[in-house]
Ligand binder design. Sequence first.
Ligand code: PHE
Length: 447
Amino acid sequence: MHGQWSSRLAFILAVAGSAVGLGNIWKFPYVAGQNGGGAFVLVYLLCVFVVGLPIMMSEVLLGRRGRRNPMSTMRILGQEESGNRHWQLIGVGGLLASFLILSYYSVIGGWTLHYVVLAARDTFIDANAEILQSEFNGLVSSVGNLTFWHSVFMGLTAVVVARGVEQGLEAAVRFLVPALVAIMVGLLVYAITSGDFAAGLRFLFEPDFSKLTPTALLIAMGQAFFSLSVGMGAVMAYGAYLPQEESIINTSIAVVSADTAIALLAGLVIFPIVFANGLDPAEGPGLVFQTLPLALGQMPGGSLVGTLFFLLLAFAGLTSAISLLEPVVAWLVETRGMRRGSAGLLAAFGVWLLGFFTVVSFNVAADFKFLRGTFFDNIDFLTSNILLPMGGFFVTVFAGWVMCPNSSADELDPTAGTIYKIWRVLARFVVPVAVALVFLNAIGVFS
Ligand code: PHE
């Protein structure tokens, strides 16, 4: 049976470890850049607090009530609350999403490991934008290099999950997030003094709604789900370990705020550098790797700071990757009777194989495009913008409509106070309607 977190702080650290990762520092700036900035960021923030936060609360509450892996939790709660076992399909969708996300997440995690080495070797010192661009292109055009680092990253993830030492990571996360923020603040000082900070601010916060296409709207919502780790059961899996007396409301608000602050911080560092150097904000997945090294190469002690930064980023990615592998492994262990070690290795091997689709998306298969673009583009779009929102939709519909109010109040707030009431309105009406509208809009129903 499940153990429990030692304290509320431990739970916050675990969920924050899952939420804070490559999504904040690698993905948020580049998707914001590709989708025109300001208006996109505004929609993103709305989605985080109006849609993402209530979903996170719903996931934790279901997880704590079910106290099992997400699939078993949804089956048991579905039966308990409505006599219907099909709610476990939410769990199935979540497992699929986590598998697919991890397959590309590990490849990008590998990029950060490669950049640890580059920074340590003084590669960034006095490098200009062109050198850094070709450095990045050199990495992604090499199947061998990408495969090597993808394997290292996936291997690290597998070892941690197989040994079940996540609890030991509490300590790591406790140090990791503040250290990452400290370095980012250092980089922010550079961005303010040496970058075009005014242009960066304008880009991020001056909304130009003509840039907000229906697809951009869907991508902003998808990014909110991805960054908060909601919609696939990762948070539900962690909720299963939360002690009964802890407040789900407060912990969720803390995690969501921290995650959002870190994403905005990343944007505030990166865009001033982009505009001061005449780079393209819509550069794509390479954006962070081509901009931050510029700053690192010009500041005193840049090699050391850069090594630390990419190491911390890789670690932040690792704690997220662990939360992506954990639901699959918990499911294999709890329902297929596998040993934890073998389950971890088996799942990691499957993910590792799938990662090749992403590896080749940046080189030999870069021109092979279908639907949304390369394999990577499609896996990313399918997971962030379809599977996660769908998972979140059904989770809140379950928590808001199917679950009896006594059960949900019991978990969230037995006195059924104001925040509980707000949550219930959001979960019953606002979240499902918002997700549905954004979907319908994106497939062109309203145009
Ligand atoms: N939230 C993580 C990040 O921002 C990624 C993630 C998504 C982790 C979904 C778990 C589940 O990097």
